[in-house]
Design a protein around this ligand. Sequence first.
Ligand SMILES: [Zn+2]
Length: 462
Amino acid sequence: MKKIARMKLDRSISVADFLKVAFVVNGPRYRGVWSEGVSASLAAAGLEKTVANAAKCALAGAAARGEEAHEIFFSDEGHVLVLELVAPGREITIDEDGRIVRRPRKPRLEAALIYDSEHDTEAPLPEFCNTVSEAIEEVVERPKTRKRLPTWSSVVPQSPQFAQRKFAQRVGGAHFEPPSSHERSLARELEDVQSRSFLRDLKKVGIARVDELTKPAEGGEDAALQERIGHLKKVGLVDEEFAVVCRSKNSPVIRVSSQEEIQLMDQRGVRCQCGRPLSEEVVAELISVSEPGQKLLDHSRWMTIRVVEELLALGLSSRELLVSYSERGDEMDIFLNLLGSLVLLELKDGAFELGHSYSFSTKFMKYHAVQGVIVTSEYVSSDARETLDEIGGGRRFLFARAREPRIEFRPMLYIEGLDSLGPGLEAMVQGAWTRMIYYAVRGLESVGGLRMERILLERLGL
Ligand SMILES: [Zn+2]
């Protein structure tokens, strides 16, 4: 997966200093797009390629750009790195009472690495930051009172709305019990729709006789059912018991956990009510949904476990999830802090119909979610889609500046069927990373009439 890692400097520098720093970092190891252009132009004009000359020529253009500045570097190892002076905006955090507060901040120097998480790490970023720190030492005048070198720290995107919900949950208490590894493997078994509907029916009746369930029907389906029951017993979703059924009354007289117990009782001379020895009566197998099975079927806990498992497998941390969360009567399946955006996931074992879309829309609006995801074991009806797309349409403005068709933002995602679960969630996470990468590179201006961001996205294969 293509990702971007960011680090910020603990101090602010001016645009003029930024340009000098970028020019100094530019060299055989890190080739800067803008810096290379300036160097070539200076050389073509027969001027010396010094920091002072570069700064003089660049500053005129920089003044027009305000307090923002960007430079993109390609390292000799093929990494793509971004150096960015982020304009003063308003930092959003939450206070100790869980309220959103906005603090003005100074322009901030940030460095970023765009990498492929499958075969690359974030290691080149701290190295690059060191090079930038050295360049700052070289060209930025340090006040004599300040002895400490600049330090870098990781930027972790946090959705203030998510932080608010997390705060509310801390006050209200957690609701989701983390699954055991046994539960996780049972949840996978429950992905099978036929097993699930069999278990749901069995749960309704409580206990059933296997010989009655598998009575030969037309088509000979009993063998398949027999096999299914055997499998569900083996994995631990179904418990088995035995009953002695009286031949005269055709009703169970004794219920025990194993056939051996019946043999023992028979040896000890225990008889049926009708007087026959137990060995002459019918022994029937009884089945019921096991305790872990019942727990997983309640509130479709199995589905929540599967979705959480997939999200964690995609590199999200459990700190970024709020699972089975309820607030003032609203039941939310999963809140997710996806790279600083609040995503609301709704899980439905069955079809997601128009009625479901109304309650989901209300929660989506109320909690200011940026993206909504419907995960259903069946399908999302077309009228439900229409309603949700209309509600979600209002969120598009958040990413309105992304004119790249490949960076398209979809406020509502529909994952239909569990086979689509992994790929659907992966597309959601990759979409968020791609937008972040796009926003990191879009600041780069055109060089010689070329749209640099397009070249860069091409280079990144996005
Ligand atoms: Zn009997």
